[in-house]
Ligand binder design. Structure first.
Ligand code: ADP
Length: 716
């Protein structure tokens, strides 16, 4: 007799032991139904062993699927849980997100030629055989390709020229072709591609940092490594920030590999999601492009993961299991013994540090291909160049846009603030409009006539009276959002075609594609945009980028603020001058002496990184020490505070650990829950996840109160 450990998708500390029925053959990674309480639940086998004498266990009821999860995937689930101080069941729940994926795919009629061709055929029947392929396919698809009606296809069955087959609804993904002709690489790109491939061939596990300036062709370069992994018959996962999953981005894969890759992100519907899950588990989807959660798809034979824009903060999942997909991608690769490529024009300090200390291979692309050069970046000191009263654009920005318009070039004005104004104040009593259950100001959205909370999505019609003193017409917009900048631009540049691009105006993926296509075609003169414009777009006629508020990310006490600001502004400026015409960027600032801005203006990354790394080393912050955060939240402020203090008082004593706080985080109340925060700083040798797990087990929050642990928090 055998026992099996079964992990269920529930938040309990681990797997449960069950007896394996005599005639059931089981392997690690199989899905089974087993009784838990009064229910029958789906679980995965994580271990098998001989039955213990005298121990009475419940029996597994049914084997559902054979090995949808590889042994590496099981280890990956356990590792993710351990590292991020979550339960393996919670991680398994992420893997199972498309539960119904487990049901067998429904079948529908497909048709394919039998090879028998009757001598007398009508021209439309002949067209079906000649132009209806690839076969087998559904009648409607064949008919559309041949330009006939579906009845013609079925008619061919009657005369024996075609056969009807019951095939799964899921068409398999077409095989990508690694040798489909791609772009001709420059010498520098060619060398970088060779180096990436060599890293894959030299060792089974490797991490390469592809560090190439904006527009240097990193995508084309890592495509060569992708091609190599495909030639070896393996699966490839390419992680991209959610926002970069535009059709333009996807069509680049299609151009290079001849077929559409499998897509995995929030906008993919249920049915295609289930199809991807099944095809990935069976090793038949070879090329997958997805947002961070694609990392938890059940790959059967993964050979390469690319993390594009590896510095991007959207790789961090902040809810449920809190994890960083970039770091977990490296773990996944290590467990499955394959390569990882991290690509960025502005690598995170952690990755740069790892590259410099030799843990990652460092592959550099210092220039753009062909005639394209990097944009020249200048600072506009707002003390010397104040905008007109009530305005937000300084004279140098206005002149640069004007010069562009005269040349027939495009400009972009960047401000990472949605809506019209970030603050609404009553001029009569000083009241600021606040979100009802959250510490955040309401933002005026003039286009829709509403006041909105960007943290919770709360929204109301813009009031006409002050809610506090009831004064009429006293509510005033303070500060700029993109709508207000567009309004000002329309005043300075009458006749110019101006469009706003933010998550409010973006619309569905088709609308985004349409807008980006029109921008690329030169049909928009001035694009006013939030961070939505930063990633993954190529606009050949864009020559000027104006940053309305270069200091926006620097406010607040977050030690990562400099790094984020530097990265974002390099990427924003990098949108300019990506083709023949040179580009230029101007950044408006009140802090022209800040090292992030100085380094940007000098085009000297080292200047910034040197200062930043020295500061981190002095403070013992990552990458020189380890960091975790604890967020304690609950519906009552006093009790949240006392729970936070209790948490500190039960902390295990350990060498090399320092606990800071509790303190109030930047958002002290969110959706009615009060929040307090602790930081835990650890010296490099400390096993911080283990320490946190021991600590967490010592305290049990009362109902409605929550203790969340965040390893490597993104903001300090
Ligand atoms: P990155 O990801 O480094 O910002 P991309 O891979 O998006 O750069 O490339 C930037 C632009 O340059 C794209 O439009 C791409 O098609 C073009 N490009 C890249 N390499 C070449 C090349 N060897 N020849 C011509 N165009 C290239």
């Amino acid at each position: 007799m055998q026992n099996a450990q079964i992990l269920f998708p529930v938040n309990v500390p681990g797997a449960f032991d069950y007896a394996v029925p005599k005639d059931m053959e089981l392997g690690v990674g199989d899905f089974v139904y087993a009784p838990i309480g009064k229910q029958m639940k789906l679980g995965v086998v994580t271990g098998l062993g001989p039955a213990e004498e005298g121990r009475k266990l419940k029996e597994i009821a049914e084997r559902k699927l054979t090995r949808p999860l590889s042994p590496e995937m099981i280890k990956f689930i356990e590792w993710t849980a351990k590292y991020n101080v979550a339960s393996p069941g919670q991680v398994f729940r992420m893997v199972l997100r498309s539960y119904k994926a487990l049901d067998p795919s429904p079948v529908v009629s497909h048709y394919s030629p039998t090879g028998v061709t009757p001598s007398q055929l009508t021209s439309s029947r002949r067209a079906v055989l000649r132009e209806g392929g690839p076969f087998p396919a559904r009648a409607s698809e064949i008919a559309a390709r041949a330009g006939v009606s579906a009845g013609v296809v079925k008619g061919l069955v009657k005369v024996g020229a075609m056969q009807e087959l019951a095939l799964p609804v899921d068409a398999p993904f077409q095989e990508p072709n690694p040798d489909h002709p791609g772009m001709e690489l420059t010498e520098g790109q060619e060398d970088a591609a060779k180096e990436l491939v060599a890293q894959m061939q030299l060792q089974d596990f490797s991490v390469s940092l592809l560090d190439g300036v904006t527009g240097s062709g990193k995508t084309e370069v890592y495509f060569e490594a992708v091609a190599e992994a495909l030639r070896q018959g393996g699966q490839v996962l390419i992680l991209v920030p959610e926002i970069a999953l535009t059709q333009a981005g996807m069509s680049r894969f299609e151009k290079r590999f001849g077929v559409k890759p499998a897509e995995w992100h929030s906008a993919v519907g249920d049915a295609p999601r289930r199809r991807v899950w099944r095809e990935v588990a069976q090793g038949r989807a070879k090329l997958v492009v997805g947002a961070r959660s694609a990392l938890y798809l059940p790959f059967a034979d993964l050979k390469l993961i690319v993390v594009d824009e590896e510095h991007d903060t959207s790789y961090k999942q902040e809810e449920g299991v809190i994890y960083n997909a970039r770091d977990m991608a490296i773990v996944r690769a290590k467990l499955s013994r394959h390569a990882v490529i991290l690509a960025s024009a502005t690598p995170s300090l952690e990755s740069l540090h790892n590259a410099r200390s030799g843990r990652f291979a460092h592959i550099v692309l210092p220039e753009r291909p062909g005639a394209a050069i990097l944009p020249e970046i200048g600072l506009v000191d707002l003390k010397d160049n104040p905008p007109e009263k009530g305005d937000f654009l300084s004279q140098p920005l206005i002149e640069a846009v004007k010069a562009g318009l005269e040349q027939g070039d495009q400009s972009m004005l960047y401000l990472n603030r949605r809506g019209y104004a970030p603050l609404i104040i009553c001029q009569s009593c000083g009241e600021k409009l606040k979100s009802p259950d959250t510490d955040s100001w309401l933002v005026e959205h003039r286009a829709t006539g509403r006041a909105m909370c960007h943290l919770t999505g709360f929204s109301m019609r813009m009031p006409t009276l002050c809610p506090n003193c009831k004064a009429e017409d006293s509510l005033t917009a303070v500060g700029p959002g993109v709508e207000r900048v567009a309004e000002e631009a329309a005043r300075h540049f009458p006749g110019a075609k101006i469009e706003i691009f933010s998550s409010d105006t973006a619309g569905n993926p088709n609308a985004i594609r349409d807008r980006m296509d029109r921008m690329a075609a030169g049909e928009i003169d001035i694009l006013v945009g939030t961070q939505m414009v930063v990633k993954g777009h190529n606009f050949p006629h864009l020559t000027f980028v104006g940053v309305v508020d270069g200091d926006l990310g620097l406010a607040g006490g977050d030690p990562r603020a400099g790094e984020r600001t530097y990265q974002t502004l390099v990427q924003v400026a990098g949108r300019a001058g990506r083709a023949e015409k040179p580009g230029r960027a101007l950044i408006q600032t009140h802090q022209p002496e800040h090292e992030a801005l100085l380094a940007l203006a000098a085009g000297d990354r080292e200047l910034f990184i040197g200062v930043e790394l020295a500061m981190r080393e002095m403070l013992g912050l990552p990458p020189f020490g380890k960091l975790a955060a604890v967020i304690i939240s609950g519906p009552d402020l006093k009790k949240t505070e006392s729970l936070s203090k209790k948490m500190v008082s039960v902390a295990p004593r350990a060498e090399g650990i320092e606990i800071l706080g509790p303190s109030e985080p930047p958002i002290g109340r969110l959706r009615g829950l009060y929040r307090r925060r602790l930081f835990i700083q650890a010296e490099p040798g400390v096993n911080l996840p283990r320490y946190m797990a021991v600590w967490r087990a010592r305290i049990r929050p009362p109902a409605k109160f929550k203790i969340q642990i965040d390893i490597d928090p993104q903001s300090f």
